[in-house]
Design a protein around this ligand. Sequence first.
Ligand code: NAD
Length: 511
Amino acid sequence: TTPAAGTLGGELRDAALAALSRIGAEVPAAGDGGLPVVSPLTGEALLTVPEAGRAEVDAAISAAAEAFRTWRSVPGPVRGGVVRRLGELLTEHKADLAELVTIEAGKITSEALGEVQEMIDVCDYAVGLSRSLGGRTMPSERPGHRLMEQWHPLGVVGVVSAFNFPVAVWSWNTAVALVCGDTVVWKPSEKTPLSALASNALLRRALVEAGFPEAVSTVVLGAREAGEALVADRQVALLSATGSERMGQQVAPVVAGRGGRYLLELGGNNAAVVAPSADLDLAVRGIVFAAAGTAGQRCTSLRRLIVHSSVVDDLVGRLRSVYAGLPVGDPRADGTLVGPLTDAGARARMLAALEEARADGGTVVVGGEAVDVDGAPGAAYVSPALVRMPAQTDVVRRETFAPILYVLTYDTLEEAIELHNDVPQGLSSAIFTLDVREAETFLSEVGSDCGIVNVNIGTSGAEIGGAFGGEKSTGGGRESGSDSWKQYMRRVTNTVNYSTELPLAQGVNFG
Ligand code: NAD
Protein backbone atom coordinates (compact mmCIF):
# COMPACT_ATOMS: atom_id res chain seq x y z
CA THR A 1 0.00 0.00 0.00
CA THR A 2 1.12 3.52 -0.67
CA PRO A 3 1.76 5.35 2.57
CA ALA A 4 0.14 8.67 3.31
CA ALA A 5 2.19 11.81 2.71
CA GLY A 6 4.00 12.79 5.89
CA THR A 7 5.29 9.32 6.70
CA LEU A 8 8.86 8.57 5.69
CA GLY A 9 7.56 6.61 2.71
CA GLY A 10 5.56 9.68 1.74
CA GLU A 11 8.61 11.89 2.06
CA LEU A 12 10.64 9.56 -0.16
CA ARG A 13 7.81 9.34 -2.64
CA ASP A 14 7.58 13.12 -2.80
CA ALA A 15 11.34 13.37 -3.30
CA ALA A 16 11.22 10.77 -6.09
CA LEU A 17 8.29 12.46 -7.83
CA ALA A 18 9.99 15.86 -7.59
CA ALA A 19 13.21 14.48 -9.12
CA LEU A 20 11.23 12.81 -11.91
CA SER A 21 9.40 16.03 -12.63
CA ARG A 22 12.65 18.07 -12.79
CA ILE A 23 13.98 15.50 -15.24
CA GLY A 24 10.77 15.69 -17.25
CA ALA A 25 9.87 12.01 -16.88
CA GLU A 26 6.28 10.96 -16.66
CA VAL A 27 5.26 8.10 -14.42
CA PRO A 28 2.38 6.35 -16.15
CA ALA A 29 -0.60 5.62 -13.92
CA ALA A 30 -0.91 2.00 -12.85
CA GLY A 31 -4.24 0.25 -13.17
CA ASP A 32 -5.04 -2.81 -11.10
CA GLY A 33 -2.01 -4.75 -10.03
CA GLY A 34 1.14 -3.10 -11.28
CA LEU A 35 4.62 -3.06 -9.92
CA PRO A 36 5.16 -1.64 -6.42
CA VAL A 37 8.22 0.60 -6.11
CA VAL A 38 9.75 -0.24 -2.74
CA SER A 39 12.59 1.85 -1.34
CA PRO A 40 15.25 -0.14 0.52
CA LEU A 41 15.78 2.97 2.67
CA THR A 42 12.61 2.18 4.59
CA GLY A 43 11.22 -1.01 3.07
CA GLU A 44 8.00 0.83 2.21
CA ALA A 45 6.17 0.92 -1.11
CA LEU A 46 6.31 4.47 -2.50
CA LEU A 47 4.01 4.07 -5.47
CA THR A 48 2.94 1.62 -8.13
CA VAL A 49 3.93 1.64 -11.79
CA PRO A 50 2.25 -0.28 -14.60
CA GLU A 51 3.76 -3.58 -15.63
CA ALA A 52 4.19 -4.34 -19.34
CA GLY A 53 2.45 -7.46 -20.51
CA ARG A 54 3.64 -9.65 -23.34
CA ALA A 55 1.77 -7.58 -25.95
CA GLU A 56 3.39 -4.34 -24.80
CA VAL A 57 6.88 -5.85 -24.87
CA ASP A 58 6.20 -7.22 -28.36
CA ALA A 59 4.96 -3.80 -29.50
CA ALA A 60 8.08 -2.10 -28.09
CA ILE A 61 10.32 -4.55 -29.94
CA SER A 62 8.44 -4.09 -33.22
CA ALA A 63 8.65 -0.31 -32.88
CA ALA A 64 12.40 -0.58 -32.19
CA ALA A 65 12.79 -2.81 -35.26
CA GLU A 66 10.93 -0.22 -37.34
CA ALA A 67 13.04 2.64 -35.94
CA PHE A 68 16.17 0.65 -36.77
CA ARG A 69 15.32 0.87 -40.46
CA THR A 70 15.99 4.61 -40.40
CA TRP A 71 18.47 4.87 -37.52
CA ARG A 72 20.92 2.44 -39.15
CA SER A 73 21.46 4.84 -42.06
CA VAL A 74 21.95 7.99 -39.97
CA PRO A 75 25.68 8.86 -40.20
CA GLY A 76 27.66 7.65 -37.20
CA PRO A 77 28.83 11.12 -36.10
CA VAL A 78 25.20 12.35 -36.21
CA ARG A 79 24.18 9.45 -33.98
CA GLY A 80 27.12 10.47 -31.81
CA GLY A 81 25.56 13.94 -31.56
CA VAL A 82 22.46 12.45 -29.90
CA VAL A 83 24.67 10.61 -27.41
CA ARG A 84 26.60 13.84 -26.74
CA ARG A 85 23.31 15.56 -25.94
CA LEU A 86 22.35 12.68 -23.62
CA GLY A 87 25.64 13.25 -21.79
CA GLU A 88 24.81 16.98 -21.44
CA LEU A 89 21.33 16.22 -20.09
CA LEU A 90 22.78 13.69 -17.64
CA THR A 91 25.27 16.32 -16.49
CA GLU A 92 22.45 18.83 -15.98
CA HIS A 93 20.33 16.30 -14.05
CA LYS A 94 23.13 14.43 -12.32
CA ALA A 95 21.88 15.14 -8.81
CA ASP A 96 18.24 14.35 -9.71
CA LEU A 97 19.06 10.98 -11.23
CA ALA A 98 21.47 10.15 -8.38
CA GLU A 99 18.68 10.87 -5.90
CA LEU A 100 16.45 8.33 -7.65
CA VAL A 101 19.29 5.79 -7.61
CA THR A 102 19.69 6.31 -3.87
CA ILE A 103 15.95 5.98 -3.26
CA GLU A 104 15.56 2.82 -5.34
CA ALA A 105 18.91 1.05 -5.01
CA GLY A 106 19.99 2.36 -1.58
CA LYS A 107 23.39 3.70 -2.68
CA ILE A 108 25.07 6.39 -0.59
CA THR A 109 24.91 9.77 -2.33
CA SER A 110 28.56 9.77 -3.41
CA GLU A 111 28.24 6.35 -5.05
CA ALA A 112 24.94 7.29 -6.70
CA LEU A 113 26.57 10.44 -8.14
CA GLY A 114 29.47 8.23 -9.25
CA GLU A 115 27.07 5.95 -11.08
CA VAL A 116 25.63 8.89 -13.03
CA GLN A 117 29.15 10.18 -13.71
CA GLU A 118 29.90 6.79 -15.23
CA MET A 119 26.95 7.33 -17.60
CA ILE A 120 28.36 10.70 -18.61
CA ASP A 121 31.80 9.18 -19.13
CA VAL A 122 30.48 6.41 -21.36
CA CYS A 123 28.58 8.99 -23.44
CA ASP A 124 31.87 10.84 -23.99
CA TYR A 125 33.53 7.59 -24.91
CA ALA A 126 30.77 6.65 -27.37
CA VAL A 127 30.85 10.09 -29.02
CA GLY A 128 34.53 9.49 -29.75
CA LEU A 129 33.73 6.04 -31.09
CA SER A 130 31.12 7.51 -33.42
CA ARG A 131 33.94 9.04 -35.47
CA SER A 132 36.43 6.22 -35.13
CA LEU A 133 34.63 2.90 -35.56
CA GLY A 134 36.37 1.23 -38.44
CA GLY A 135 37.28 -1.96 -40.20
CA ARG A 136 40.53 -3.32 -41.57
CA THR A 137 41.92 -3.81 -45.05
CA MET A 138 43.86 -7.05 -45.55
CA PRO A 139 46.24 -7.93 -48.40
CA SER A 140 44.48 -10.07 -50.99
CA GLU A 141 46.35 -13.07 -52.42
CA ARG A 142 44.92 -12.23 -55.85
CA PRO A 143 46.17 -9.40 -58.10
CA GLY A 144 43.71 -6.58 -58.74
CA HIS A 145 41.61 -7.49 -55.70
CA ARG A 146 40.82 -5.69 -52.50
CA LEU A 147 39.96 -7.56 -49.28
CA MET A 148 38.41 -5.53 -46.51
CA GLU A 149 35.86 -5.55 -43.73
CA GLN A 150 33.02 -3.23 -42.80
CA TRP A 151 31.04 -3.00 -39.60
CA HIS A 152 27.31 -2.50 -39.97
CA PRO A 153 24.59 -1.84 -37.39
CA LEU A 154 23.24 -5.06 -35.90
CA GLY A 155 19.55 -4.42 -35.13
CA VAL A 156 17.51 -4.25 -31.94
CA VAL A 157 19.53 -4.64 -28.74
CA GLY A 158 17.61 -5.94 -25.71
CA VAL A 159 19.03 -4.82 -22.38
CA VAL A 160 18.06 -6.62 -19.16
CA SER A 161 19.63 -5.04 -16.09
CA ALA A 162 20.07 -5.69 -12.36
CA PHE A 163 18.98 -3.55 -9.42
CA ASN A 164 22.44 -2.72 -8.14
CA PHE A 165 23.57 -0.65 -11.15
CA PRO A 166 20.13 0.58 -12.14
CA VAL A 167 21.27 3.14 -14.72
CA ALA A 168 24.98 2.78 -15.54
CA VAL A 169 24.64 -0.68 -17.11
CA TRP A 170 21.95 0.62 -19.45
CA SER A 171 24.19 3.52 -20.48
CA TRP A 172 27.19 1.25 -21.16
CA ASN A 173 25.02 -0.70 -23.55
CA THR A 174 22.91 2.09 -24.96
CA ALA A 175 25.51 4.79 -25.61
CA VAL A 176 27.62 2.29 -27.54
CA ALA A 177 24.65 0.57 -29.26
CA LEU A 178 23.27 3.93 -30.45
CA VAL A 179 26.49 5.09 -32.09
CA CYS A 180 26.75 1.63 -33.66
CA GLY A 181 23.36 2.28 -35.30
CA ASP A 182 21.28 -0.08 -33.16
CA THR A 183 18.01 0.63 -31.39
CA VAL A 184 17.37 -0.44 -27.78
CA VAL A 185 14.59 -1.96 -25.69
CA TRP A 186 15.43 -1.93 -21.98
CA LYS A 187 13.90 -4.12 -19.29
CA PRO A 188 15.33 -2.67 -16.06
CA SER A 189 15.23 -4.44 -12.72
CA GLU A 190 11.72 -4.55 -11.27
CA LYS A 191 13.25 -2.87 -8.22
CA THR A 192 14.37 0.28 -10.02
CA PRO A 193 11.71 1.38 -12.52
CA LEU A 194 11.80 5.11 -11.69
CA SER A 195 15.53 5.49 -12.36
CA ALA A 196 14.92 3.73 -15.68
CA LEU A 197 12.01 5.97 -16.69
CA ALA A 198 14.10 9.02 -15.81
CA SER A 199 17.16 7.89 -17.79
CA ASN A 200 15.15 7.02 -20.85
CA ALA A 201 13.20 10.29 -20.68
CA LEU A 202 16.50 12.16 -21.03
CA LEU A 203 17.53 10.07 -24.01
CA ARG A 204 14.14 10.49 -25.67
CA ARG A 205 14.42 14.24 -25.21
CA ALA A 206 17.79 14.15 -27.00
CA LEU A 207 16.30 12.05 -29.81
CA VAL A 208 13.27 14.26 -30.31
CA GLU A 209 15.33 17.48 -30.24
CA ALA A 210 17.40 16.05 -33.10
CA GLY A 211 14.30 14.93 -35.03
CA PHE A 212 14.60 11.18 -34.49
CA PRO A 213 11.85 8.76 -33.42
CA GLU A 214 11.47 8.06 -29.71
CA ALA A 215 11.26 4.35 -30.48
CA VAL A 216 15.04 4.31 -30.97
CA SER A 217 15.02 3.71 -27.20
CA THR A 218 12.18 2.20 -25.14
CA VAL A 219 11.79 1.06 -21.54
CA VAL A 220 9.49 -1.81 -20.67
CA LEU A 221 8.78 -2.15 -16.96
CA GLY A 222 8.18 -5.54 -15.44
CA ALA A 223 9.69 -8.53 -13.72
CA ARG A 224 11.08 -11.72 -15.10
CA GLU A 225 8.22 -12.32 -17.59
CA ALA A 226 8.91 -9.05 -19.39
CA GLY A 227 12.58 -10.05 -19.58
CA GLU A 228 11.64 -13.45 -20.96
CA ALA A 229 9.61 -11.86 -23.75
CA LEU A 230 12.71 -9.89 -24.79
CA VAL A 231 14.91 -12.97 -24.58
CA ALA A 232 12.62 -15.05 -26.78
CA ASP A 233 11.98 -12.51 -29.56
CA ARG A 234 13.83 -13.20 -32.83
CA GLN A 235 13.83 -9.50 -33.66
CA VAL A 236 16.23 -8.90 -30.76
CA ALA A 237 19.59 -9.38 -32.45
CA LEU A 238 21.67 -8.98 -29.29
CA LEU A 239 20.45 -9.65 -25.78
CA SER A 240 22.67 -7.98 -23.18
CA ALA A 241 21.71 -9.29 -19.75
CA THR A 242 23.17 -8.35 -16.38
CA GLY A 243 22.20 -10.21 -13.24
CA SER A 244 22.63 -13.44 -11.33
CA GLU A 245 24.30 -16.59 -12.62
CA ARG A 246 20.88 -18.24 -12.37
CA MET A 247 19.37 -15.70 -14.75
CA GLY A 248 22.21 -16.19 -17.24
CA GLN A 249 21.72 -19.94 -17.22
CA GLN A 250 18.07 -19.42 -18.09
CA VAL A 251 18.65 -16.82 -20.78
CA ALA A 252 21.63 -18.22 -22.71
CA PRO A 253 20.06 -21.40 -24.14
CA VAL A 254 16.93 -19.52 -25.27
CA VAL A 255 18.88 -16.85 -27.16
CA ALA A 256 21.30 -19.41 -28.60
CA GLY A 257 18.37 -21.61 -29.64
CA ARG A 258 16.93 -18.87 -31.84
CA GLY A 259 20.32 -18.01 -33.33
CA GLY A 260 20.63 -14.69 -31.49
CA ARG A 261 23.66 -13.17 -29.84
CA TYR A 262 23.98 -12.71 -26.12
CA LEU A 263 26.25 -10.71 -23.88
CA LEU A 264 26.12 -11.87 -20.27
CA GLU A 265 27.36 -9.98 -17.22
CA LEU A 266 26.63 -12.25 -14.27
CA GLY A 267 27.66 -12.79 -10.67
CA GLY A 268 31.19 -12.52 -9.34
CA ASN A 269 33.04 -14.00 -6.38
CA ASN A 270 35.97 -11.67 -6.39
CA ALA A 271 39.14 -12.15 -4.39
CA ALA A 272 42.26 -10.22 -3.47
CA VAL A 273 45.58 -11.82 -2.65
CA VAL A 274 47.55 -9.97 0.03
CA ALA A 275 51.24 -10.82 -0.22
CA PRO A 276 53.93 -10.41 2.49
CA SER A 277 55.34 -7.28 0.80
CA ALA A 278 51.94 -5.53 0.54
CA ASP A 279 51.56 -1.92 1.67
CA LEU A 280 48.99 -2.77 4.33
CA ASP A 281 47.78 0.81 4.84
CA LEU A 282 46.88 1.04 1.17
CA ALA A 283 45.54 -2.52 1.12
CA VAL A 284 43.17 -1.82 4.02
CA ARG A 285 41.70 1.21 2.22
CA GLY A 286 41.28 -0.74 -1.02
CA ILE A 287 39.81 -3.77 0.73
CA VAL A 288 37.26 -1.88 2.82
CA PHE A 289 35.88 0.11 -0.11
CA ALA A 290 35.66 -3.02 -2.28
CA ALA A 291 34.12 -5.26 0.39
CA ALA A 292 31.83 -2.95 2.37
CA GLY A 293 31.12 -0.25 -0.24
CA THR A 294 27.64 -0.41 -1.82
CA ALA A 295 26.86 -2.72 1.14
CA GLY A 296 28.62 -5.52 -0.74
CA GLN A 297 26.10 -5.28 -3.57
CA ARG A 298 28.39 -4.83 -6.56
CA CYS A 299 29.11 -7.62 -8.98
CA THR A 300 32.77 -6.69 -8.37
CA SER A 301 32.47 -6.51 -4.56
CA LEU A 302 35.38 -8.13 -2.77
CA ARG A 303 34.16 -11.36 -1.19
CA ARG A 304 37.36 -13.33 -0.50
CA LEU A 305 40.73 -12.30 0.92
CA ILE A 306 43.61 -14.70 0.41
CA VAL A 307 46.29 -13.51 2.82
CA HIS A 308 49.86 -14.70 3.37
CA SER A 309 50.10 -16.40 6.77
CA SER A 310 52.89 -14.00 7.84
CA VAL A 311 50.61 -10.93 7.61
CA VAL A 312 47.13 -12.31 8.20
CA ASP A 313 46.88 -11.49 11.91
CA ASP A 314 48.12 -7.94 11.38
CA LEU A 315 45.74 -7.36 8.44
CA VAL A 316 42.70 -8.89 10.14
CA GLY A 317 43.38 -6.77 13.24
CA ARG A 318 43.45 -3.58 11.16
CA LEU A 319 40.34 -4.52 9.19
CA ARG A 320 38.52 -5.40 12.38
CA SER A 321 38.96 -1.92 13.79
CA VAL A 322 37.94 -0.20 10.54
CA TYR A 323 34.89 -2.47 10.21
CA ALA A 324 33.84 -1.78 13.80
CA GLY A 325 33.62 1.94 12.99
CA LEU A 326 31.84 1.79 9.61
CA PRO A 327 28.82 4.12 9.68
CA VAL A 328 25.72 2.13 8.63
CA GLY A 329 22.44 3.94 7.99
CA ASP A 330 20.41 6.26 5.79
CA PRO A 331 22.46 6.53 2.59
CA ARG A 332 21.40 10.18 2.13
CA ALA A 333 22.95 11.21 5.44
CA ASP A 334 26.41 12.81 5.48
CA GLY A 335 29.01 10.39 6.72
CA THR A 336 27.09 7.17 5.99
CA LEU A 337 29.29 4.68 4.18
CA VAL A 338 27.05 1.61 4.25
CA GLY A 339 23.43 1.87 3.14
CA PRO A 340 20.76 -0.84 3.25
CA LEU A 341 20.58 -4.22 1.56
CA THR A 342 17.99 -4.31 -1.17
CA ASP A 343 15.37 -6.20 0.85
CA ALA A 344 14.68 -8.53 3.77
CA GLY A 345 15.34 -11.57 1.59
CA ALA A 346 18.89 -10.35 0.90
CA ARG A 347 19.46 -9.90 4.62
CA ALA A 348 18.09 -13.37 5.40
CA ARG A 349 20.45 -14.86 2.80
CA MET A 350 23.39 -13.02 4.37
CA LEU A 351 22.58 -14.25 7.87
CA ALA A 352 22.06 -17.82 6.56
CA ALA A 353 25.44 -17.71 4.79
CA LEU A 354 27.10 -16.63 8.05
CA GLU A 355 25.44 -19.56 9.86
CA GLU A 356 26.74 -21.91 7.20
CA ALA A 357 30.24 -20.40 7.51
CA ARG A 358 30.18 -20.95 11.28
CA ALA A 359 29.05 -24.55 10.78
CA ASP A 360 32.05 -24.98 8.43
CA GLY A 361 34.38 -23.89 11.23
CA GLY A 362 34.50 -20.17 10.39
CA THR A 363 34.70 -17.35 12.93
CA VAL A 364 32.90 -14.06 12.48
CA VAL A 365 35.54 -11.55 13.57
CA VAL A 366 33.29 -8.48 13.41
CA GLY A 367 29.89 -7.44 12.04
CA GLY A 368 27.31 -9.65 10.43
CA GLU A 369 24.36 -8.32 12.40
CA ALA A 370 21.04 -6.76 11.51
CA VAL A 371 21.12 -3.03 12.28
CA ASP A 372 18.00 -1.10 13.30
CA VAL A 373 17.70 2.34 11.74
CA ASP A 374 15.24 4.86 13.20
CA GLY A 375 12.08 5.25 11.20
CA ALA A 376 12.87 2.32 8.93
CA PRO A 377 11.57 -0.84 10.62
CA GLY A 378 10.88 -2.52 7.28
CA ALA A 379 14.39 -1.95 5.89
CA ALA A 380 17.30 -4.42 5.84
CA TYR A 381 20.42 -2.73 7.18
CA VAL A 382 23.39 -4.86 8.28
CA SER A 383 26.89 -4.41 9.62
CA PRO A 384 29.48 -5.70 7.12
CA ALA A 385 30.97 -9.02 8.22
CA LEU A 386 34.60 -10.15 8.33
CA VAL A 387 34.87 -13.92 8.66
CA ARG A 388 37.97 -16.09 9.08
CA MET A 389 37.57 -19.45 7.36
CA PRO A 390 39.65 -22.61 7.79
CA ALA A 391 39.05 -23.58 4.14
CA GLN A 392 37.29 -22.49 0.96
CA THR A 393 34.02 -24.31 1.64
CA ASP A 394 30.85 -24.25 -0.46
CA VAL A 395 29.50 -21.07 1.11
CA VAL A 396 32.74 -19.25 0.21
CA ARG A 397 32.55 -20.50 -3.35
CA ARG A 398 29.05 -19.01 -3.82
CA GLU A 399 28.18 -15.36 -4.41
CA THR A 400 26.13 -14.08 -1.46
CA PHE A 401 25.05 -10.60 -2.54
CA ALA A 402 25.82 -8.89 0.77
CA PRO A 403 28.85 -7.51 2.64
CA ILE A 404 30.61 -10.69 3.78
CA LEU A 405 34.38 -10.87 3.43
CA TYR A 406 35.85 -14.34 3.98
CA VAL A 407 39.53 -14.51 4.95
CA LEU A 408 41.67 -17.48 3.88
CA THR A 409 45.43 -17.93 4.30
CA TYR A 410 48.22 -19.18 2.04
CA ASP A 411 51.95 -19.87 2.13
CA THR A 412 53.07 -19.99 -1.51
CA LEU A 413 51.86 -17.86 -4.44
CA GLU A 414 50.93 -21.04 -6.35
CA GLU A 415 48.65 -22.01 -3.48
CA ALA A 416 47.11 -18.53 -3.44
CA ILE A 417 46.39 -18.64 -7.19
CA GLU A 418 44.96 -22.15 -6.85
CA LEU A 419 42.54 -20.99 -4.15
CA HIS A 420 41.81 -17.80 -6.06
CA ASN A 421 40.71 -19.60 -9.22
CA ASP A 422 38.88 -22.46 -7.50
CA VAL A 423 35.42 -20.86 -7.68
CA PRO A 424 32.79 -21.01 -10.45
CA GLN A 425 32.88 -17.25 -11.14
CA GLY A 426 35.62 -15.23 -12.90
CA LEU A 427 34.85 -11.51 -12.80
CA SER A 428 37.34 -9.34 -10.88
CA SER A 429 40.51 -9.93 -8.90
CA ALA A 430 43.40 -8.12 -7.27
CA ILE A 431 46.79 -8.63 -5.73
CA PHE A 432 48.36 -6.34 -3.15
CA THR A 433 52.14 -6.72 -3.44
CA LEU A 434 55.25 -4.63 -3.99
CA ASP A 435 57.04 -7.60 -5.55
CA VAL A 436 57.07 -7.23 -9.34
CA ARG A 437 57.51 -10.97 -9.88
CA GLU A 438 54.40 -11.77 -7.89
CA ALA A 439 52.39 -9.01 -9.55
CA GLU A 440 53.35 -10.08 -13.07
CA THR A 441 52.71 -13.77 -12.29
CA PHE A 442 49.23 -12.90 -11.05
CA LEU A 443 48.56 -10.91 -14.24
CA SER A 444 49.95 -13.67 -16.49
CA GLU A 445 48.25 -16.70 -18.05
CA VAL A 446 49.11 -18.81 -14.98
CA GLY A 447 47.65 -16.19 -12.62
CA SER A 448 44.12 -14.96 -12.04
CA ASP A 449 41.53 -16.45 -14.43
CA CYS A 450 39.25 -13.39 -14.22
CA GLY A 451 38.29 -10.79 -16.84
CA ILE A 452 39.55 -7.99 -14.57
CA VAL A 453 42.90 -8.33 -12.79
CA ASN A 454 44.26 -5.44 -10.71
CA VAL A 455 47.44 -4.69 -8.82
CA ASN A 456 47.35 -2.61 -5.62
CA ILE A 457 43.72 -1.60 -6.23
CA GLY A 458 40.57 -3.32 -4.97
CA THR A 459 38.31 -5.42 -7.19
CA SER A 460 35.51 -2.85 -7.68
CA GLY A 461 35.22 0.55 -9.31
CA ALA A 462 36.33 -0.08 -12.90
CA GLU A 463 36.76 2.79 -15.38
CA ILE A 464 34.74 2.81 -18.60
CA GLY A 465 37.75 2.88 -20.96
CA GLY A 466 38.51 -0.83 -20.46
CA ALA A 467 36.36 -3.81 -21.42
CA PHE A 468 34.24 -4.89 -18.45
CA GLY A 469 33.20 -8.48 -17.78
CA GLY A 470 34.32 -11.88 -16.67
CA GLU A 471 34.84 -15.53 -17.44
CA LYS A 472 33.32 -18.88 -16.41
CA SER A 473 29.91 -18.57 -14.76
CA THR A 474 30.21 -14.76 -14.94
CA GLY A 475 29.17 -15.26 -18.55
CA GLY A 476 32.09 -14.24 -20.79
CA GLY A 477 30.62 -10.91 -21.96
CA ARG A 478 32.56 -7.64 -22.28
CA GLU A 479 30.93 -4.22 -22.15
CA SER A 480 31.88 -0.57 -22.16
CA GLY A 481 35.37 0.29 -23.46
CA SER A 482 38.18 -1.22 -25.55
CA ASP A 483 36.66 -3.03 -28.56
CA SER A 484 33.42 -4.07 -26.84
CA TRP A 485 31.55 -2.08 -29.52
CA LYS A 486 32.17 -4.92 -31.98
CA GLN A 487 29.48 -6.97 -30.27
CA TYR A 488 26.90 -4.34 -31.21
CA MET A 489 27.71 -4.52 -34.93
CA ARG A 490 27.90 -7.14 -37.62
CA ARG A 491 31.14 -7.64 -39.47
CA VAL A 492 31.03 -7.96 -43.24
CA THR A 493 34.00 -9.23 -45.26
CA ASN A 494 34.18 -7.78 -48.80
CA THR A 495 36.33 -8.90 -51.73
CA VAL A 496 36.36 -6.52 -54.69
CA ASN A 497 37.84 -7.53 -58.03
CA TYR A 498 38.98 -4.48 -60.01
CA SER A 499 40.97 -6.49 -62.60
CA THR A 500 39.88 -8.00 -65.92
CA GLU A 501 40.76 -11.54 -64.76
CA LEU A 502 38.93 -13.91 -62.44
CA PRO A 503 41.63 -15.74 -60.47
CA LEU A 504 40.19 -18.13 -57.86
CA ALA A 505 41.45 -18.21 -54.29
CA GLN A 506 43.80 -21.02 -53.25
CA GLY A 507 44.86 -21.35 -56.92
CA VAL A 508 41.77 -23.40 -57.80
CA ASN A 509 41.39 -24.01 -61.53
CA PHE A 510 37.81 -24.41 -62.74
CA GLY A 511 37.52 -25.10 -66.42
P1 NAD B 1 18.56 -11.02 -11.01
O1 NAD B 1 19.23 -12.10 -11.80
O2 NAD B 1 17.59 -11.41 -9.98
O3 NAD B 1 17.80 -10.02 -12.01
C1 NAD B 1 18.48 -9.34 -13.03
C2 NAD B 1 17.51 -8.98 -14.13
O4 NAD B 1 17.14 -10.16 -14.85
C3 NAD B 1 16.20 -8.36 -13.66
O5 NAD B 1 15.85 -7.34 -14.54
C4 NAD B 1 15.24 -9.53 -13.73
O6 NAD B 1 13.90 -9.15 -13.88
C5 NAD B 1 15.73 -10.25 -14.95
N1 NAD B 1 15.44 -11.69 -15.05
C6 NAD B 1 15.51 -12.62 -14.07
N2 NAD B 1 15.27 -13.85 -14.57
C7 NAD B 1 15.08 -13.70 -15.90
C8 NAD B 1 14.79 -14.60 -16.97
N3 NAD B 1 14.67 -15.90 -16.76
N4 NAD B 1 14.65 -14.09 -18.20
C9 NAD B 1 14.80 -12.77 -18.43
N5 NAD B 1 15.04 -11.87 -17.46
C10 NAD B 1 15.19 -12.33 -16.20
O7 NAD B 1 19.74 -10.13 -10.37
P2 NAD B 1 19.65 -8.91 -9.33
O8 NAD B 1 19.33 -9.44 -7.98
O9 NAD B 1 18.85 -7.79 -9.88
O10 NAD B 1 21.18 -8.40 -9.36
C11 NAD B 1 22.20 -8.95 -8.63
C12 NAD B 1 23.03 -9.90 -9.47
O11 NAD B 1 23.49 -9.25 -10.65
C13 NAD B 1 24.28 -10.35 -8.76
O12 NAD B 1 24.48 -11.72 -9.02
C14 NAD B 1 25.37 -9.50 -9.38
O13 NAD B 1 26.68 -10.05 -9.29
C15 NAD B 1 24.90 -9.43 -10.78
N6 NAD B 1 25.48 -8.29 -11.50
C16 NAD B 1 26.45 -8.52 -12.43
C17 NAD B 1 27.05 -7.46 -13.07
C18 NAD B 1 28.14 -7.68 -14.08
O14 NAD B 1 28.43 -6.74 -14.82
N7 NAD B 1 28.77 -8.85 -14.15
C19 NAD B 1 26.65 -6.14 -12.79
C20 NAD B 1 25.64 -5.94 -11.86
C21 NAD B 1 25.07 -7.03 -11.22
